[in-house]
Design a protein around this ligand. Structure first.
Ligand SMILES: [Zn+2]
Length: 370
């Protein structure tokens, strides 16, 4: 193997894989690396709405069902290259800088190095690397992969590690994501004529109710779950009217509302109440509900992570590919090096020591669980 965790992280940062572009170059690099090491590769692809080809890879070492999967996305947010050399990795004072170093090419490299340093003859169960596209724009790659992967659906890994940065603290649950979009239709005309009909006027009463609901959710404990921070549903919405101008009545207005469902906070009720409210104002509704990720604190995987890290498992508020991959992996945790607080920033970085610590931890997980 010509790489260690640092040189592999640098090699991955040097292959730009911003979500708006195709991830074929980085996927081919990873595929070549793993097939050369003797792993079986399942490659599936799709064309995104911009016409870019996106590739998901599942690599497997060993035969049969069950085993342990390390899951990472290989896309990143844009580089903001005007402000820093995003794709030229640089190490200063023990810290590696570059786009994706923390979210999540560094953690991905740590999973690969750990997997490739294990003697395959010692494995009792199979080992997988699950490498997705398009995480940064709504987990699209994981959503496609959970449906398309014959290998994952047939062989069902028992344990999965989403290697997103958690500073190597095991995370046993995160909130889900639900979306309701409600559209009112009007008629565009010059306002001075008085013949138009503004769609915006039709959504305002609905928005008033939404503001009242938001207040209720913040104060009613029936809609809260104290394993998360914050404990309440955080609602956010945007309104799209196309190119509405002040002298033209809006021909349509679409309110898109995001909600973060929790494990035991009556989140399905909240979701249904928003849909019912929108329909009571005759708005056209589209909606989607993604469950939170949750592995019981006493399940084998969470227990093993707690023992091997010496850290109490926690929850986080952001989402991960785990929301979809849970359909084909039995138990999941989020556990990776780096601080999510520096992800998506200019100067994104990860400590070299954290990368080495992650490799050691992942190796001990393989020994214990595989
Ligand atoms: Zn990420």
């Amino acid at each position: 193997m010509q790489y260690d965790v640092v040189s592999l992280t640098k090699a991955l940062v040097e292959i730009p894989s911003v979500t708006r572009d195709s991830n074929v170059p980085i996927a081919e690099f990873l595929q070549a690396l793993l097939s050369e090491a003797g792993w079986t590769i399942e490659r599936t692809s799709y064309v995104d709405p911009n016409g870019e080809t996106k590739v998901n890879l599942v690599a497997k070492l060993g035969e049969g069902p069950g085993g342990l999967a390390f899951c990472s996305h290989n896309d990143t947010v844009p580089g903001q290259e005007q402000d820093w050399p995003a794709f030229t990795p640089d190490i200063r004072d023990g810290v590696l800088y570059g786009r994706g170093s923390c979210d999540m090419k560094g953690p991905l490299a740590a999973t690969i190095i750990a997997c490739l340093s294990i003697d395959p003859a010692t494995l009792r169960k199979p080992l997988y690397l699950v490498l997705t596209a398009d995480e940064e724009i709504g987990l699209i790659g994981a959503k496609k992969l959970a449906k398309a992967s014959e290998m994952l659906n047939r062989d069902r890994p028992e344990f999965g590690v989403i290697a997103e940065p958690t500073e190597l603290i095991p995370v046993y649950s995160h909130k889900g994501y639900a979306m309701v979009s409600a559209t009112a239709t009007g008629r565009a005309a010059h306002v001075a004529m008085g013949t138009g009909e503004s769609a915006l006027f039709k959504v305002v009463p609905f928005l008033n109710d939404l503001v009242a609901l938001d207040k209720e959710l913040k104060t009613n404990p029936d809609y809260q779950d104290d394993i998360y921070t914050p404990t309440h549903h955080t609602i956010n919405f945007v309104v799209d009217t196309g190119q509405a101008a002040t002298n033209v009545t809006a021909p349509f207005a679409t309110v898109t509302i995001g909600i973060r469902p929790m494990r035991s906070a009556n989140s399905q009720d909240v979701y249904q109440r928003i849909i019912d409210l929108a329909q009571s104002y005759d708005l056209d509704v589209e909606s989607d509900y993604l469950e939170p990720l949750f592995s019981p604190l006493d399940c084998e995987l969470v227990q093993a992570c707690e023992r091997l890290t010496g850290k109490t498992p926690e929850t986080v508020s952001y989402g991960t590919d785990g929301s979809y991959l849970g359909a084909c992996i039995d138990q999941l945790v989020i556990l990776g090096p780096g601080n999510i607080g520096v992800a998506h920033t200019v100067g994104e970085h990860i400590a070299v020591d954290a990368l080495h610590a992650a490799v050691a931890l992942y190796k001990s997980m393989i020994v214990e669980l595989c």
